[in-house]
Design a protein. Structure first.
Length: 1006
C-alpha cells in the first residue's frame, strides 16, 4: 500500500472515518490518489490499486456437473455450463516497481450469466469475482480501512497507525511473499458472500501445479508478466474454483475481514474449474481490452451478494474509480455485451506499416556563426573518441562556429508497434513541416524554477512579464510560421528559410530576426539548422541594469535567435495516408565541450519522469556497464572542464573510475546471495558519497561534501542552508545505485574492450529509433535549472508529454490562455496551463534572454575562500577550466622531464580568461560579441598506457583573433607571476570587486 500517496489537499476535509468511512474511502482512493495521478499527467488513467497488470487472458468458467443439491445455488445451478471468461492478473503496486513480494490480485469476469445484477445495468450478463493471494484482509471493517488509508494518503505516514495496530502490521508483512508465477498461486476472496438466502461462503482458487517461489528478487522487475506470457504460449492453465461454507458463526465472522475461516472446520469444496487455453496474451489489443474492463464484486446476482462493510466500501470506491478512469480514457461506461474473441496471430513478421513516427522525438540544433557550414548532431550515445579528428572540426575555414543541425528520420511501424523500415522517398510520399518561434521576450521573467519547494512560499514568486510596457504582446514573438519541404538534397530555397519573423519592443520599427532553415539530405531526411547566434537590442538597451538585479536573464528590448517548435510530416504509402507521431526541435547555444557528458543528462531526467508516471519500467537488476558505470565515469569526464573534478576524478586520482583494478572491485558480484561480498561496503561508501534525491539535511553551498559538486536549482535564490542548493540524484538514479549497493545488478563489465557504434547505421534497425531519441538528449544538461542550457525545469513534468519523449502539441485551433501579468507556482501547474500542451516557442521561452549573458555567469568559483574551482554550474557545456594548447604540447613532448609534463597536464586555466577583466554588463556584451571565438574542448591523442596521462586528452582549441590574443596574454600574465596565485586568481576573478559584482547578480539571496 506504500504506493498510495497524494499531494492534493482539497478533499482532506471530506475524510471523516467515524461518520462516513465509505465516502471517505472514495475521496481518498479516487479523488486524491487516482485523480491526483491523472492531474500529474498519468496517461492513460489507471486504477488506484492493483494497477500493475501482468496480463489478461481469455478463459472458460465451467460448473461441475456433479454438484450435490445443497450447492446448486445461483450460477451453480447450471451444471456443466461453460461461461466465457476474461481474467486480469495484477499486483497491488505501481508499474515501475518489482513484482517480487507484491500482493497479487485476480479479477474474473464471466459472460452470459443470466439474472438481475446488483450493480450497474441489472440486465447486464456479466458477473465478477475478485480474489487476492492471501487468505485474509489486513483490516476488519470499512472504518478500519478508512483510518489506515488516511494515515498514508492524508497524513503521509503509515507508521503511527501500524504501531497502534500490530495485527495489521503483521498481516501486511505476511502478504509480502514471493511467488514464482501467477498461475501457481492460490487466491482467496477474503470477504464472505451470500450463497442463497440462508448461507454464506468465501471463495478460493487452487492452482493445479506448484513451483518453488524465488529466494531473491529476479533480474526482471516484471518477471510475472514474462512468465505468464511464456507459459500460456505453450500450454493451457487451470484453477479449481472452491467455496468454503460458513459452518461455525463464532469462528467465521461476517465483518471481521482479518479473521481466516479455519479450513479444518470447513474444507473448501470444488464447485467449478477455470480453464485458460493456449494464447498470446500480448496479441494486438488484448492487454488494452483487459485494462478497460471494470471489476466489481457487486456485479453479481442477489444469490451471491457480498457481505460486510468492506464489501460495501468496495462497491462505491470501485465503481467511482472505474467511472473516472473510463471517462478520462474515453472508454464507454457500462459492461461489454459479448466477450472479446480470442485472437490467434501468425508467427510471420508483419510488414504492413500502419503508422509512422519521427525520430529523434526531440532533436537538438545549436546556433553558430558560420554562414554555410554545419555538422549533424549526435545520433549515437558515447561514440568512442576519434583522435584523428582534425583540430577545429567544429569551425569553418574562417574560424566561425558551425551550426549543429538536427536530423530527423521517419520510421514505419506495424500494428504490433514493431519497426518495419525507415521511410524515404523510395517507399513513401513524405512532406516535412517545421514551425519554430522565439517567444522569450513576450513571456515571463526567469528568477528561479517555480516548481521547487522553496518557490511555494517565497515572497517574490509572482514573476512579471518581460517587456511589461509593450501592450501588443504579439510584436515580441519572433514567429515566421511553418515551412514545408520534400524530396532529396533540397536546400537553399527562400521558401525553406525561417526569415520572416520580426521583433519589436521599444523601437519604432520591427526588425527581422532569421531563425534558421530546413533542408533534406540525400536520403530525404529532414535537416533543421537554427540561428547564427545573433543577439541584440534594436534600441541599444542595456543587457543588464545593476540597479535592477532581476533584469539578469531578462533583458528588456533584447532578442536572440534560439527557438523551438514542432516537427511534423505527412506520409502516404501507395497513395494511402498513415498517421505520424510528431517530434520537436530545440535550438540551443553552442556546445563548447561536445564530447563531455554532464553528470545528469536531459535523457536521465526524462526517464525519471516517465518511470514515475508509469510509462517506463526501471530495471530491477541494473546493468553495471549500462546503468551504473556511466554515473561514475561522468564525474571523471568533467576533469576536462573543471579543475576540481580533475583533481579527484582524473587519471590516476583517488576516484579514477577508468582504473581497471577499481572497476573490477566495483563490478564484482557474488555468485550466490549467501557468498561473501568483499566489496559490498565499498559500493555502499560510494553510494553514500552521492547526494540523495530528497536530501533530509540542509547543506550550505560552501559544504559540498557530497557528489556531484554541482549547484542545484535553488542556489543563489534562497537561503544558503537550503536542501535545494546542490544537485541531487534523480529518484531513478538513486534506485539504480541502491540496487547496485544491494548486489542486485548484472556484472557485465570486462577488461576486454568493446567498441560502441560510431554511427546510427551500425545500430540494428529496431533499436535505431530509441537510440536517436536517447542520443539527442544525452548531450543536453539537466543540471542546475537556473535556468539551464538547452531546456529547463518544465521538462520534468509528465504533463508536458503525450508519450515518452513526445512533447504534447497544442492544436492550432486551441490558442493558449492568457495567464495574466504574473506567473506563480500555483498558476504554472494548473490543469491545461503552461506545463501541458505546447506551441512553437513554448520550450525555449523559459530560458535566459539573451542566452550569452547567462552563459558568462554560470561558472565556478563563486566562493573562492572555500574552493576556487568548486562547486560549478554547467561545466559540461560551458567549461570552467581547460587544458590549453601550450600545456598540451608539453604533455606529449617526451623529451621534457616527466615532472614538467605531469605538471603541465594538471594545469588548467580559466576558460573565460579573455573576457573576464570587465564589469558585469561588459562581460555579457563581450560574450555576445565574441561567443564564436571562445575555445572549444576537442579530443587529441594522449599517451597510451601511462599511469598519469590518459590515452585521449581534451584540449581547448582557439582560433586566431582578438579573443585568442587576449587569452594568450592572460595566460602569460598568470604564468609570469613570481608568487603563488591567490584563491581569487585561481578562481579566475580579476579582483575582489568583480567577484562581488558577479555574486550580486548570480547570488541574489531571497
Amino acid at each position: 500500500m506504500d504506493h498510495l500517496s497524494s499531494t492534493t489537499s482539497e478533499k482532506t476535509a471530506c475524510v471523516d472515518c467515524s461518520t462516513d468511512p465509505i465516502e471517505s474511502l472514495k475521496a481518498m482512493f479516487v479523488d486524491m490518489v487516482q485523480a491526483g495521478r491523472i492531474a500529474k499527467g498519468q496517461c492513460p488513467a489507471m486504477r488506484p490499486v492493483f494497477l500493475k497488470p501482468h496480463g489478461v487472458a481469455a478463459a472458460e468458467f465451467i460448473i461441475r456437473n456433479d454438484l450435490p443439491e445443497n450447492l446448486r445455488v445461483g450460477i451453480f445451478t447450471n451444471l456443466g455450463k461453460s461461461y466465457p471468461t476474461w481474467i486480469r492478473f495484477s499486483s497491488d503496486t505501481t508499474p515501475t516497481r518489482t513484482d517480487y513480494k507484491s500482493t497479487l490480485g485476480i479479477g474474473i469476469k464471466l459472460f452470459d450469466v443470466e439474472g438481475e445484477k446488483l450493480l450497474g445495468n441489472p440486465d447486464s450478463d456479466t458477473f465478477d469475482f475478485i480474489l487476492q493471494n492471501f487468505d485474509a484482509f489486513f483490516v476488519d471493517t470499512a472504518k478500519d480501512m478508512c483510518e489506515f488509508t488516511k494515515a498514508g494518503v492524508v497524513d503521509g505516514d503509515y507508521d503511527p497507525y501500524l504501531k497502534a495496530h500490530p495485527k495489521t502490521s503483521e498481516l501486511l508483512d505476511a502478504m509480502a511473499k514471493p511467488v514464482a508465477s501467477v498461475l501457481v498461486s492460490p487466491y482467496w476472496s477474503g470477504l464472505p458472500f451470500h450463497f442463497g438466502d440462508h448461507q454464506y461462503v468465501k471463495y478460493k482458487l487452487e492452482p493445479t501445479f506448484y513451483l518453488d517461489p524465488p529466494t531473491h528478487s529476479p533480474n526482471d522487475p516484471s518477471y510475472l508478466a514474462t512468465d505468464l506470457s511464456s507459459r500460456l504460449k505453450n500450454a493451457e492453465a487451470r484453477f479449481r474454483f472452491m467455496i468454503q461454507l460458513r459452518t461455525n458463526p463464532e469462528r467465521m465472522p461476517l465483518d471481521e475481514a482479518t479473521v481466516v475461516w479455519p479450513e479444518d472446520l470447513s474444507p473448501p469444496i470444488h464447485v467449478a474449474d477455470i480453464v485458460i487455453p493456449i494464447q498470446d496474451i500480448v496479441a494486438r489489443g488484448q492487454a488494452e481490452y483487459g485494462e478497460n474492463l471494470s471489476m466489481n464484486i457487486w456485479r453479481v446476482t442477489a444469490a451471491h451478494a457480498p457481505v460486510g462493510s468492506i464489501a460495501d466500501a468496495r462497491r462505491v470506491v470501485y465503481a467511482a474509480s472505474a467511472e473516472l478512469r473510463r471517462n478520462v480514457n474515453g472508454v464507454p461506461l457500462g459492461e461489454p455485451d459479448t466477450p472479446r474473441p480470442l485472437i490467434s496471430t501468425a508467427n510471420a513478421v508483419d510488414t504492413q506499416i500502419v503508422r509512422a513516427a519521427i525520430h529523434p522525438a526531440i532533436g537538438i540544433a545549436r546556433v553558430g556563426d558560420s554562414l554555410n557550414e554545419f555538422f549533424i548532431g549526435p545520433e549515437v550515445v558515447d561514440a568512442p573518441a576519434d583522435p584523428t579528428q582534425q583540430p577545429n572540426f567544429y569551425r569553418d575555414a574562417t574560424g566561425a562556429i558551425k551550426r549543429q543541425a538536427a536530423r530527423f528520420r521517419l520510421y514505419g511501424y506495424n500494428a504490433a508497434g514493431e519497426v518495419v523500415r525507415e521511410l524515404n522517398p523510395d517507399n513513401a510520399d513524405i512532406v516535412w513541416t517545421v514551425h519554430v518561434a522565439n517567444r522569450k521576450a513576450e513571456w515571463y521573467q526567469f528568477q528561479y524554477a517555480l516548481d521547487i519547494p522553496e518557490a511555494v512560499n517565497a515572497p517574490d514568486n509572482a514573476f512579471t512579464l518581460r517587456n511589461p510596457k509593450v501592450k501588443n504582446r504579439k510584436t515580441l514573438a519572433i514567429d515566421p510560421g511553418p515551412r514545408s519541404i520534400f524530396g532529396r538534397s533540397v536546400a537553399g530555397g527562400a521558401e525553406h528559410r525561417f526569415d520572416t519573423g520580426t521583433f519589436q519592443a521599444a523601437a519604432a520599427q520591427a526588425v527581422t530576426v532569421p531563425l534558421g532553415e530546413i533542408q533534406t539530405d540525400e536520403n530525404g531526411r529532414l535537416l533543421f539548422l537554427g540561428g547564427h547566434g545573433k543577439a541584440a537590442s534594436p534600441t541599444g538597451a542595456p543587457v543588464y541594469d545593476p540597479e535592477n538585479p532581476p533584469s539578469f536573464n531578462n533583458a528588456n528590448d533584447w532578442y536572440d535567435d534560439t527557438s523551438d517548435g514542432p516537427v511534423t510530416a505527412s506520409v502516404a504509402i501507395d497513395g494511402i495516408a498513415i498517421p505520424v507521431e510528431s517530434a520537436w526541435v530545440v535550438v540551443a547555444p553552442p556546445n563548447y565541450a561536445p564530447d563531455v557528458i554532464s553528470w545528469r543528462t536531459m535523457y536521465d531526467l526524462m526517464c525519471n519522469v516517465y518511470v514515475n508516471a508509469g510509462w517506463m519500467n526501471m530495471p530491477e537488476s541494473p546493468s553495471f556497464t549500462q546503468d551504473i558505470l556511466p554515473l561514475l565515469q561522468r564525474l571523471g569526464g568533467l576533469q576536462w572542464v573543471n579543475k576540481g573534478f580533475s583533481a579527484y576524478f582524473g587519471k590516476g586520482c583517488p576516484m579514477d573510475f577508468t582504473n581497471p583494478s577499481l572497476l573490477a572491485k566495483l563490478s564484482y558480484k557474488p555468485e550466490q546471495p549467501t557468498d561473501l561480498d568483499p566489496y559490498g561496503e565499498l559500493r555502499r561508501a560510494i553510494f553514500h558519497s552521492f547526494r540523495p534525491s530528497k536530501p533530509a539535511v540542509a547543506e550550505p553551498v560552501t559544504w559540498p561534501h557530497i557528489w556531484p559538486w554541482i549547484y542545484g536549482d535553488a542556489f543563489g535564490s534562497f537561503s544558503e542552508n537550503g536542501t535545494g542548493n546542490m544537485l541531487t540524484m534523480t529518484g531513478l538514479q538513486e534506485a539504480l545505485l541502491q540496487h547496485w549497493v544491494n548486489g542486485q545488478f548484472i556484472n557485465d563489465w570486462s577488461t576486454e574492450i568493446t567498441t560502441p557504434p560510431t554511427s546510427i547505421d551500425q545500430v540494428p534497425l529496431k533499436q535505431q529509433p530509441s537510440m536517436l531519441d536517447q542520443a539527442a538528449l544525452h548531450y543536453c544538461l539537466a543540471d542546475t535549472f537556473h535556468p539551464g542550457c538547452e531546456m529547463t525545469w518544465p521538462m520534468r513534468h509528465a504533463s508536458m508529454y503525450s508519450s515518452p519523449f513526445r512533447i504534447r502539441l497544442r492544436p492550432s485551433s486551441e490558442p493558449e490562455p492568457n495567464y495574466g501579468s504574473t506567473m506563480t507556482p500555483i498558476k504554472v501547474q494548473q490543469v491545461d496551463g503552461p506545463l501541458y500542451a505546447q506551441s512553437a516557442g513554448s520550450i525555449t521561452r523559459w530560458m535566459a534572454i539573451p542566452w550569452q549573458g547567462d552563459t558568462a555567469f554560470c561558472r565556478s568559483g563563486y566562493d573562492p575562500d572555500f574552493d576556487p574551482y568548486l562547486p560549478t554550474f554547467w561545466a559540461a557545456r560551458v567549461p570552467n577550466h581547460v587544458l590549453t594548447e601550450q600545456d598540451y604540447q608539453k604533455v606529449i613532448n617526451l623529451d621534457l622531464p616527466r615532472e614538467e609534463r605531469i605538471a603541465a597536464f594538471n594545469q588548467r586555466l580559466n576558460w573565460l580568461r579573455a573576457i573576464k577583466d570587465a564589469n558585469t554588463a561588459e562581460v555579457m556584451m563581450r560574450m555576445i560579441a565574441h561567443f564564436n571565438e571562445l575555445g572549444i574542448v576537442e579530443v587529441r591523442p594522449g599517451i597510451k598506457d601511462d599511469p598519469d596521462i590518459p590515452e585521449y586528452i581534451y584540449v581547448e582549441t582557439l582560433i586566431a583573433g582578438q579573443l585568442k590574443t587576449a587569452a594568450e596574454n592572460a595566460t602569460n600574465l598568470l604564468q609570469n607571476i613570481a608568487r603563488p596565485l591567490t584563491e581569487l586568481e585561481k578562481a579566475g576573478w580579476a579582483d575582489q570587486e568583480q567577484l562581488l559584482a558577479f555574486r550580486s547578480v548570480r547570488v541574489q539571496k531571497r
